[in-house]
Design a binder for this molecule. Structure first.
Ligand SMILES: [Ca+2]
Ligand SMILES: [Ca+2]
Ligand SMILES: [Ca+2]
Length: 250
């Protein structure tokens, strides 16, 4: 019994020495790795909110007016921060449509986005551009990105244009008051800027017929009606001039 016990202790002793040695080596390696990691780590920069138009959260939404009013103007200010204090550079990804803006870096860690193209809402009413941010340590072509939605607001820059219509209408003198014809003018602007109203304009005393014909705006169309009796012997030709007008106030 006692012999067996001694033998067993002898076997254990070298094993536990080896085990302790390995453990020590492992601990040393682990410490070196941790120190090395801290020396080369880079924390990426991030966008921060400036005027509430976009922080680290969702996309930035800005509104610009079509036409020349906002051309060259500042549309949004960007700001960023970097946990390591690296200097930051903002930019814009050169995707289709991104050339409508120019990003100018300003100290400290900020940028101003300018509108550099005149926009036409009737051609395109929104753009999404991708803003970029780097601390110079993310590697070539790598950026922190944030999308910016640019909504193009309407101005009243179109006049209504008449769709083809009949220029001559023949009525029998015994026609009863009622519908004569319908005209329509189209204005591509939005809302009231594109809402066409119709009026009859007096051409001259002889030709005009304010009491004989009337026009009403119904669902965007001009409905011309005969509102009086006709008398061929008294008057056989009427000339109507129709105005398509659009309110200029939004
Ligand atoms: Ca950094
Ligand atoms: Ca218009
Ligand atoms: Ca317009």
């Amino acid at each position: 019994m006692s012999q067996k016990l001694v033998y067993s202790l002898n076997m254990c002793s070298p094993l536990s020495k080896v085990f302790l040695l390995i453990t020590t080596i492992l601990v040393t390696v682990s410490v070196r790795t941790a120190v090395g990691f801290q020396n080369t780590a880079n924390f990426p920069p991030r966008f921060v909110s400036t005027d509430g138009s976009g922080g680290s959260g969702g996309e930035i939404v800005v509104r610009v007016k079509e036409g020349s009013a906002d051309l060259g103007k500042e549309i949004v200010r960007l700001a960023g921060e970097d946990p390591d204090g690296d200097p930051l550079t903002f930019g814009v990804l050169r995707t289709i449509g991104a050339d409508i803006v120019r990003v100018e870096n300003v100290p400290v860690n900020g940028a101003i986005v300018y509108l550099q193209k005149e926009l036409d809402r009737e051609t395109r009413d929104s753009y999404t551009v991708v803003l970029t941010l780097t601390d110079g340590k993310l590697g070539k072509g790598n950026f922190i990105t944030k999308s910016m939605l640019i909504i193009v607001e309407d101005i009243n820059d179109n006049e209504p244009v008449f769709r083809p219509f009949r220029t001559t209408v023949t009525l029998s003198e015994d026609s009863r008051p009622g519908l004569v014809d319908t005209v329509e003018a189209y204005d591509p602007d939005e809302g009231r800027f594109g809402q066409v109203l119709y009026r009859l304009q007096e051409v001259d005393k002889e030709a005009s017929a304010p009491d004989t014909f009337a026009i009403e705006t119904v669902e965007g169309k001009g409905v011309i009606s005969l509102v009086d009796q006709l008398d061929y012997e008294r008057k056989s030709l009427y000339q109507l001039r129709i105005l398509a007008i659009v309110s200029n106030s939004s």
